[in-house]
Design a protein around this ligand. Structure first.
Ligand code: URA
Length: 440
């Protein structure tokens, strides 16, 4: 078998067989298939797609390309959550401690930033000392003791996805329903939790720009997980504007802490409550209203914040940063972006804002880029806000003054100011299960 023939086959839009898929995955992981051939194959998938059967076979091959984690050493029901990625999406930092404080175990493996979107592991590493690469035994110990631990994909968890993810990030091959479904579900299946909540983002800052595409992605993933014996639910949530007000690693940790104190932005708080309540519901903690109440109580009592501080400490991080977030260092170059005319902010292109944040140093331009944890953007105004010419709409932070001009131009290009306001979208569009698609 030759990789070039399989690239050509996919370029013609034909489906690969199981034998061919196993050949691609095995030889990509062992280095026989070079990055440039895999990149060409991935690009062909972006244009030609995959059948449901190919997607399921690829997912299984990716999941089995490394260790399949056995979480039986952790007592009780284990619930996992995964977001398809967005701008300002710091929900894991809020939800995981809330769910753990309600007595449900969260043994979570998260990813780094991808394309214009941020990643939980990069955000956690903004907490000084926080170690995202602890070994399996310590990971289990922390989950048993505290209820939650979040680590990066361990060395041998889905190595196929690890290599592919880094390649897709820099080759413009992220926004494909089968590639996203394979990437997410292979990791979730290998990571071993009983229940999986998928947060499928939709809108200008998401990889899926329309609700219909997001529902198709959600259904693909829910079906793969259910057919593998896991309980899977997906919520379709809004990513047409950044979630919350802060974008960038340290800035997002600060905002997650504010949310755990009950002082977070309304949109972020609402989405987190809904996601956490659905995780508790899947873990059979009660009906959805009871689960929502439990979530709100754990925020109000401060217990969830304490769990985040304990998790940070257990993973080598300084818990004082969680309890006193003013300790975080934010990048020193601070530039205010002003409205160029009067009117309403009728649209914020969240992808453009994510790219602007990356340009300030908060994300990676290449596989080798080093992240500036203190860089990012604070939104002062958001979609539907009324502004006057000269009002500050955002503050950009970076450590390198030379990055400001282009990042500012990208930011301004992403904001539309019009005389009339635009339609207000819901925060949650739909809930997808194996048997049902409920649109709100
Ligand atoms: N998140 C992932 O883990 N993989 C993708 O492909 C996209 C978002």
């Amino acid at each position: 078998m030759r990789m070039v023939d399989l690239i050509l086959k996919k370029k013609r839009g034909e489906a690969l067989t199981k034998e061919e898929i196993d050949f691609v995955v095995t030889n990509f992981v062992n280095g026989e298939i070079p990055d440039y051939q895999m990149s060409a194959f991935l690009m062909a998938v972006c244009f030609k797609g995959m059948t449901k059967e190919e997607t399921a076979i690829f997912t299984d091959a990716f999941a089995h390309s490394g260790d399949m984690v056995d979480l039986s050493a952790i007592k009780g029901i284990k619930v996992d959550k995964h977001s398809t990625g967005g701008v300002g999406d710091k929900t894991t930092l809020v939800i995981a401690p809330i769910v753990a404080s309600c007595g449900v175990k969260v043994a979570k493996m998260s990813g780094r930033g991808l394309g214009h979107t941020g990643g939980t592991i990069d955000k956690l590493e903004a907490i000084p000392g926080f170690n995202t690469t602890i070994d399996k035994d310590r990971f289990f110990e922390i989950v048993n003791e505290i209820g939650v631990s979040v680590i990066g994909q361990s060395g041998n968890l889905t190595p196929a996805d690890k290599k592919c993810y880094a390649l897709r990030d820099v080759t413009g091959t992220v926004d494909s329903i089968p590639l996203i479904a394979i990437s997410i579900m292979s990791k979730k299946l290998a990571a071993g939790s009983d229940c999986i909540l998928l947060d499928v983002k939709t809108g200008s800052g998401a990889f899926m720009k329309t609700v219909d595409d997001s529902i198709e992605l959600a259904k693909t993933m829910v079906d793969i997980g259910t057919n593998c014996g896991r309980k899977v639910v997906a919520l379709i949530t809004d990513m047409d504007i950044p979630l919350g007000d802060n974008i960038g690693n340290a800035l997002e940790v600060i905002e997650a802490i504010e949310t755990l104190k009950g002082q977070g932005p309304k949109d972020l708080t609402e989405v987190c409550i809904e996601l956490a309540a659905n995780m508790l519901y899947m873990a059979k903690m009660g009906d959805i209203d009871k689960c929502r109440k439990m979530v709100k109580d754990k925020i109000e009592s401060g217990e969830a914040l304490q769990v985040l501080a304990k998790m940070a400490k257990a993973q080598g991080g300084d818990p004082e940063y969680i309890l006193h977030p003013e300790k975080f260092t934010i990048a020193p170059v601070k530039v205010e972006v002003k409205a160029e005319k009067d009117g309403f902010i009728s649209h914020m292109d969240a992808e453009g804002i994510g790219i602007s944040s990356t340009m300030l140093g908060a994300g990676r331009e290449t596989k080798e880029s080093v992240i500036d944890f203190g860089a990012g953007i604070k939104l002062v105004k958001k979609t539907h806000d009324k502004v006057s010419k000269g009002d500050t709409i955002a503050i950009l932070y970076t450590s390198d003054e030379k990055l400001v001009e282009n990042a500012k131009a990208r930011f301004l290009k992403s904001v539309t100011i019009e005389d009339k306001d635009s339609k207000v979208d819901p925060l949650i569009f739909a809930r997808v299960t194996h048997d049902n698609i409920e649109r709100y």
